[in-house]
Ligand binder design. Structure first.
Ligand SMILES: [Zn+2]
Length: 359
């Protein structure tokens, strides 16, 4: 663990798309070895293309990035490289998301995808001491029978030996056009295989989408969920049922779910008793990382110890690992860690927040 990580405290990240962690240098190397074309041929050129502009540009970059990834070695490398970055920022547990359907649709064998990601999780633990679990994602635009295939693959590849590394099933993509209810049978099937439901909801749609995720899909956690704040009864329910929200402030700013970081509802949700974990979503594309998110959260008045505790509570790991994560938290000097995050907050907000930039 690097010196900086030791002082900013341990971190649990539950909402990161592995495809969205791939930086320009890795992307370029993968494209070369797989013979895939990219619109730029240098790291600088790709970095410029990565710079976040708007949501449709983000989707173009996403498609470009994911199409380059084709082999078991690619998927493994993506996990290991992100684990190295996250561990350097203090991460001790990460739940990585990936979207297998489009890869299979483009001719990649499903075994290569799942074996590559699972191998990467094992290598990440061996090399960096960070525990990685995986939650494949269903794109909401998929027909239900195709979504069902993703659930079946996830169940089929969940275990490596006696250990379960694929622990949940997610739902992502355009929330407004595709409400969660139609996917109820898919998540019921996943639940029978012991996979928890961890859908995105309450990012671009309000309370009804979060309720749908809870009622129709049996969501164990909600990715984003910030618009739940519009409905006090729903906020109470999230608090009462101990539903953890995996909150990503910089992502919310980039996609304009919030206008400024200063208006981000993280603090208000927590104050209302809702457990919130903190994550990067798509760090390479949103120009963020775990340290930045923690500085932003500190700037909002949120304590790192509460984010960590929510991570322990929401993690889909087995109970012995949860106990170990809890012990790591108990042994941490949180006063010191929070002091460091608070001191980094002004610079992070000055770099990111339009409200601060406008002053
Ligand atoms: Zn996400």
């Amino acid at each position: 663990m690097r010196g900086a990580a030791a002082v900013t405290g341990p971190k649990i990240e539950l909402h990161v798309h592995l495809e969205g962690t791939v930086g320009p240098a890795t992307l370029l190397a993968m494209a070369r070895r797989n013979g895939e074309a990219l619109p730029a041929h240098t790291v600088e050129g790709l970095a410029e293309l990565y710079r976040f502009r708007d949501f449709s540009h983000f989707i173009q970059v996403w498609i470009m990035t994911t199409n380059v990834m084709r082999t078991e070695a690619d998927f493994r490398q993506v996990v290991v490289e992100y684990a190295a970055q996250a561990a350097a920022a203090g991460a001790v547990y990460v739940e990585g998301i990936f979207s297998p359907w489009y890869r299979v649709h483009r001719g990649v064998r499903v075994e290569e995808i799942f074996h590559g990601y699972v191998d990467g999780a094992i290598e990440a633990r061996e090399r960096y001491g960070v525990e990685v679990r995986l939650t494949p994602d269903i794109d909401r635009v998929l027909p239900v029978d195709e979504a069902m295939r993703v659930a079946d693959w996830s169940a089929r590849f969940a275990d490596r030996g006696s250990e379960r590394l694929v622990v949940g099933l997610g739902l992502g993509g355009p929330e407004a056009e595709y409400p969660p209810e139609q996917f109820a049978p898919v998540f019921a099937r996943a639940a029978r295989a012991g996979l928890a439901a961890v859908p995105h909801a309450g990012e671009t749609v309000g309370a009804e989408s979060v309720r749908g995720a809870l009622d129709a899909l049996g969501a164990r956690r909600i990715r984003h969920g910030i618009r739940a704040l519009e409905d006090p009864a729903l906020v109470r329910r999230l608090a009462d049922e101990r539903i953890v929200l995996d909150v990503c402030p910089v992502s919310n700013l980039r996609t304009r779910s919030v206008a400024t970081l200063g208006e981000h509802p993280l603090r208000a949700l927590q104050a209302a008793g809702v457990a919130c974990s903190l994550a990067t979503d798509d760090p390479a594309m949103f120009g963020t990382d775990l340290e930045t998110e923690h500085a932003v959260a500190a700037g909002l008045g949120v304590r790192a110890r509460d984010l960590y505790a929510a991570g322990v509570e929401g993690a889909l790991c087995d109970e012995p690992l949860r106990a170990r994560l809890r012990r790591i938290g108990a042994e941490t000097d949180w006063d010191a860690a929070e002091q460091v995050a608070r001191s980094a907050a002004p610079a992070a907000l000055a770099r990111l927040d339009p409200a601060v930039l406008a002053r």
